[in-house]
Design a protein around this ligand. Structure first.
Ligand code: 5GP
Length: 185
């Protein structure tokens, strides 16, 4: 529980196309700042070679749907045929919480918690295609993800996301850290 007089933790939504470097930036932010933590989502997609051990809780459709029906997610969405969901935040944790989710999930969070900070991390093509290919995505999968990235960019602008270009990991991480510090004041 948040102690009396203490501010409620910030909710920081980080969205952006696969390959934009969200995961790396989020890990850096958590390492640099012990007052920040990241939510671990549930997904029905198959694990990928570049997934870290704690990237997701990988579950089957039935387990996901049961958790959803029990009100276990604050938001969830179907992304390119697989389900992804953010578990309800732990109200005993006073750390600021990062949600690394897609823009549709960001929209749901924005509707429920308008004070949430929305950040879109982007990388321009052809760099994005190169990174997706390097992490082992199939070419048909890359095309789908690039199309989805274009759709998400437009939706992110509509929702007034703050856009951070990740051409340089250190600079991008610093820019997000500054947004978080400013919001804490
Ligand atoms: P990936 O398959 O590359 O790990 O993730 C695909 C997309 O799903 C990414 O945009 C990622 O941010 C998003 N995502 C991951 N977890 C969640 C979640 O819990 N909810 C929603 N809405 N999107 C998620």
């Amino acid at each position: 529980m948040t102690s009396e007089g203490a501010k409620a933790p910030l909710i920081i939504v980080i969205s952006g196309p696969g390959g934009a470097g969200k995961g790396t930036i989020v890990r850096e932010l958590c390492e640099q700042d012990s007052k920040v933590t990241v939510s671990r989502s549930w997904t029905t997609r198959e694990p990928r070679v570049d997934d870290k051990d704690d990237s997701y809780f990988f579950v089957d459709d039935a387990t996901f749907n049961k958790h959803k029906d029990n009100g276990g997610f604050i938001e969830c969405n179907d992304f390119l045929g697989s389900m992804y969901g953010t578990p309800m935040p732990d109200s005993n944790d006073e750390r600021d919480l990062i949600l690394e989710i897609d823009v549709s999930g960001g929209r749901q969070i924005n509707e429920k918690l308008p004070e949430a900070i929305l950040i879109f991390i982007d990388v321009e093509d052809p760099e994005l295609r190169r990174r997706l290919s390097e992490r082992g995505d199939k070419s048909s999968e890359i095309d789908k993800r690039l199309l989805e990235a274009e759709r998400e960019r437009k939706e992110a602008k509509e929702l007034n996301y703050q856009i951070i270009l990740n051409n340089d990991l250190v600079k991008a991480t610093k820019a997000i850290n500054e947004i978080i510090c400013k919001a804490r004041l």
